[in-house]
Design a protein around this ligand. Structure first.
Ligand SMILES: Nc1ncnc2c1ncn2[C@@H]1O[C@H](COP(=O)(O)OP(=O)(O)OP(=O)(O)O)[C@@H](O)[C@H]1O
Length: 379
């Protein structure tokens, strides 16, 4: 799907998440969000493109394959009956092959694309009931989008590009330049403030895009394949940057990618999409160690399991005093990380949580986990 939001759909607004509309609109509610309420809560969401789209959800056509639906109705169901929550502070990855519906789904979250059916809340507020002013406010202050093609303004300096979202919000010049300058440092662009985008590498341009999204201090950052145009080394750099920012700030992030390694590296949870549906939603470890079906199994076949599976899922029960002494590891230690400890200790290593021994791992357990076999029941 094109990376700029204006090209996709007649129902799509022309305003980007950074905000292309004139300043104004309602003030941001100052009430802090309740940590127990999901940032986004999505139930039975549909997006159908084509003639009579709104008649498809709930109809006899709803379960047709993509091809049959197109042939019989001329419609494409880009998102089909999707339900999930995005929890506060998590990195929620939407992954799937090209055309599986990732971009459409994420654009529905802020109604850059209008959903055809279902319900959608942000911080418990009904997004589908919001009027234009309220929606604009949501996109300017609460949910910033970072696109693959940066969307930078070519004649403005790095600093002014970063300050752009604040300008749209109506923030005064001195304050927005000060906030933009702080973001320059945060994303590692110090010394480049006065360059124009054309004088930057792709990775540096993406840092400007990231800084611009961060400058408005949104509650959630939405990334649409932001790094897919970057070469592998710079891409890795940018992934590290996102991980670092997330660690430092704990900001909620929704991240689209078609790259499994990127999804596994960044995601606290991953929603794996196929033909508009979520075929599995889980932690990287759940997806790799318990694929929901053959499609997912095929998807994760080449993943180095030892780097994803943790000892919590590789351990066995402690026997005959094994739980009382010896080396220890935490339950979220990966199998790869535990190999050294097990090799050094020459004895089963205890998996400890809050002073309690949950089980033990030895060489056999670790090898079984790498081979994809289930651990012997522990605890
Ligand atoms: N404006 C539109 N009109 C008709 N069909 C559309 C439109 N936008 C997207 N689609 C279709 O919806 C489906 C999902 O598209 P979408 O762009 O969401 O997938 P994606 O997983 O993000 O793909 P990619 O990784 O290639 O960007 C595709 O079949 C696409 O052709």
């Amino acid at each position: 799907m094109p990376a700029t939001p204006a090209a996709a759909d007649t129902t799509e607004t022309t305003e980007t998440a950074a905000g292309a509309a004139p300043a104004g609109g309602p003030a941001v509610p100052a009430v802090p969000a309740d940590p127990a309420v999901p940032v986004f809560s999505v139930r039975g969401l549909w997006k159908v493109f084509g003639p009579g789209a709104d008649k498809i959800p709930g109809s006899a056509h709803a379960n047709l394959s993509a091809r049959e639906l197109r042939e019989r109705t001329g419609c494409t169901a880009a998102v089909r009956d999707v339900s999930f929550d995005v929890h506060r502070g998590e990195v929620f990855v939407v992954m799937g092959l090209s055309g599986s519906g990732k971009s459409t789904l994420v654009r529905c979250l802020t109604r850059l694309i209008e959903p055809t059916g279902g319900t959608l809340t942000m911080d418990g507020e009904d997004v589908l009931a919001m009027d234009r002013a309220h929606l604009r406010d949501l996109r300017r202050h609460r949910a910033s989008m970072v696109f693959q093609h940066f969307g930078l303004l070519p004649h403005r300096t790095v600093l002014d590009n970063i300050a752009y979202g604040l300008e749209i919000q109506g923030v005064g010049r001195a304050e927005r330049r000060a906030r933009a300058a702080a973001m320059v440092e945060k994303v590692g662009l110090t010394g480049m403030e006065h360059r124009r985008p054309g004088q930057l590498s792709g990775g540096q341009q993406q840092r400007v895009g990231l800084a611009r999204a961060l400058a408005v201090d949104p509650e959630v950052l939405l990334f649409d394949e932001p790094f897919s145009a970057l070469d592998p080394l710079i891409r890795r750099d940018m992934q590290e940057e996102v991980i670092r920012l997330h660690r430092e700030e704990g900001r909620t992030m929704v991240f689209i990618t078609h790259d499994l390694n990127e999804a596994l590296r960044l995601g606290d949870r991953i929603a794996l999409m196929r033909d508009g549906r979520i075929v599995q939603l889980g932690t990287p470890e759940e997806i790799v160690s318990s694929p929901a079906d053959d499609y997912v199994r095929d998807f994760v076949r080449d993943v180095p399991r030892e780097q994803v599976v943790t000892v919590r899922n590789a351990m066995r029960s402690a026997e005959d005093g094994e739980g009382r002494s010896g080396e220890t590891v935490a339950p979220d230690t990966t199998v790869a990380e535990a190999v050294g400890t097990v090799a050094r200790s020459g004895a089963p290593v205890r998996v400890m949580e809050d002073g309690r021994c949950l089980g033990v791992v030895d060489a056999g357990c670790l090898l079984a986990a790498i081979a994809g076999e289930k651990a012997v029941a522990a605890r």
